[in-house]
Design a protein around this ligand. Structure first.
Ligand SMILES: *Cc1c(COP(=O)(O)O)cnc(C)c1O
Length: 458
């Protein structure tokens, strides 16, 4: 009784005083926010006593699972030893040094230097400055344009949202000098081409766009190895080799936004390793601390760092919390868990393949157009007509309907339009994976009944 009163009070106060991100607050307040109270492993608990399988690792971030006391203890100890000190004025501190050394070992060999931020957005903002500074130092200040992609997601500061390809965010104002190319989304855009032909086609379209703009004007291209917030779009295997080689030929820097793919999500330490590219920058956040404490970082390649160090003066940029000691302590503890418990190997060799085989079989369901997964990041597409690859009318909001069925049946899946996405913690057991899949099938049956009741399927 007191719990339910408490929940009501929380919901009511939340409705009165809290503006939620990416939310229609009026609509939310009508139904009330669900209050998540605690979490352990892959399970969340709400204040109504429901247990919910967190198929999204929070927001793509809680890679090692919830409630790891070794990370909490490391953060608590660090706050006692050194609460805060900045890294601006000729000072450093042990955790930021130790983390930098760890990252130098874990990242691909071209990365030995790291700049710290508070988020993925701030990291991409930082990269824009570094890219422009790099070309200025090399006497090519006219190289300013950065290529993004339709449906790419790079964060929500003005600069990061400009790099991304989400129209609603861009309407709030755009940084000049960002141009968007096509995304390698075969199911929606591949037409009559087979996936491999389509992958090469999109890569070439992107390079043609760069040639039209002029390679003397284009500074860099930013892309996620696998598009995450855009709906987990896994590119055809032909896309990245063709694109990366073309960028190299044209002397365009490559920024691999690894905020989701980094730190093991794809079964490799970094998504660029899976795709076989050698980026000049990597954007890091989310999995770097498994979300225990906010943190972002920029991995700067030797190619860029050597120019900054040899030709540069002061790099006029930094955040109060660049390399915050407690965030560094969380990152170190998190990376140790990934290493000691061989969780990246587990995603690659064990739980990844186990869940993939079941997930990909979803494509046999009459509602599912395609079902894809790499490592532990996957999606399936609702299709009105599988063979013709057509979607349901947008107004039917099938994705949101399915998302609510899922939530109400104890599984967090996210909807991106009519695409359902998951990215569970790496600690997911086989039994938990079975439970996840059983709920997905239940959601499909409920959604199928709903679609038929609307007269949208036989
Ligand atoms: C989440 C995300 C970001 C933004 O990170 P924030 O910490 O929310 O600022 C950037 N890039 C990608 C690929 C992301 O998924």
């Amino acid at each position: 009784m007191s719990t339910s009163l408490n929940t009501q009070a929380l919901k009511s106060l939340d409705a009165q005083h809290h503006l939620h991100p990416f939310t229609n607050t009026r609509a939310l307040n009508e139904r009330g926010a669900r209050v998540i109270e605690s979490a352990q492993g892959v399970y969340l608990r709400d204040t109504d006593g429901n247990r919910i399988l967190d198929g999204m690792s929070g927001l793509w971030c809680v890679a090692v699972g919830h409630g790891r006391t070794d990370i909490a203890d490391a953060v608590a100890q660090q706050l006692k030893d050194l609460t805060f000190y900045n890294t601006f004025f000729n000072t450093t501190h042990p955790p930021v040094v130790e983390l930098s050394q760890m990252l130098a070992e874990l990242t691909p060999p071209q990365f030995k230097r790291f700049f710290y931020t508070g988020s993925g957005s701030e990291s991409n903002d930082t990269i824009i400055r570094l890219v422009r500074y790099y070309w200025q130092l090399l006497g090519k200040p006219e190289k300013q344009v950065i290529i993004g992609r339709t449906n790419g997601y790079h964060g929500s500061t003005i600069a990061a949202a400009s790099l991304g390809g989400f129209g609603a965010m861009q309407q709030q104002g755009m940084l000049p000098g960002v141009v968007h190319g096509p995304q390698p989304f075969w199911w929606a855009n591949g037409g009559d081409m087979d996936p491999d032909t389509f992958g090469r086609h999109v890569a070439r379209q992107t390079l043609e766009l760069i040639d039209q703009l002029g390679t003397d004007k284009v500074a860099a291209m930013i892309a996620e190895p696998i598009q995450g917030a855009g709906g987990v779009i896994i590119p055809p295997s032909t896309y990245w080799p063709e694109l990366a080689a073309g960028l190299k030929q044209r002397d365009i820097l490559l920024i691999s936004d690894e905020v989701i793919c980094g730190f093991g999500r794809t079964g490799h330490w970094f998504g660029c390793e899976l795709m076989g590219t050698q980026p000049d920058f990597m954007t890091l956040a989310k999995g770097i601390t498994s979300g225990y404490v906010p943190m972002g970082a920029v991995a700067v390649s030797d190619r860029v760092a050597s120019v900054l160090l040899e030709l540069g003066d002061e790099f006029a940029h930094g955040f109060t919390y660049s390399g915050h000691p407690a965030a560094c302590a969380a990152a170190i503890a998190n990376l140790r868990i990934l290493q000691n418990e061989k969780l990246v190997e587990r995603v690659h060799d064990d739980i990844g393949p186990y869940l993939q085989s079941k997930w990909k079989a979803l494509s046999d369901h009459p509602l599912v157009g395609e079902a894809v997964m790499e490592g532990l990041i996957g999606s399936f597409q609702f299709a009105a007509d599988k063979a013709a690859r057509t979607t349901f009318p947008e107004a039917a909001k099938i994705g949101l309907v399915a998302r609510d069925f899922s939530f109400n049946n104890g599984l967090i899946m996210r909807a991106v339009g009519d695409r359902m996405v998951i990215a569970p913690p790496f600690s997911l057991t086989h039994a938990e994976a079975d439970e996840l899949m059983a709920t997905v099938y239940k959601v499909l049956d409920l959604t199928y009944a709903h679609v038929r009741s609307l007269g949208l399927a036989k």
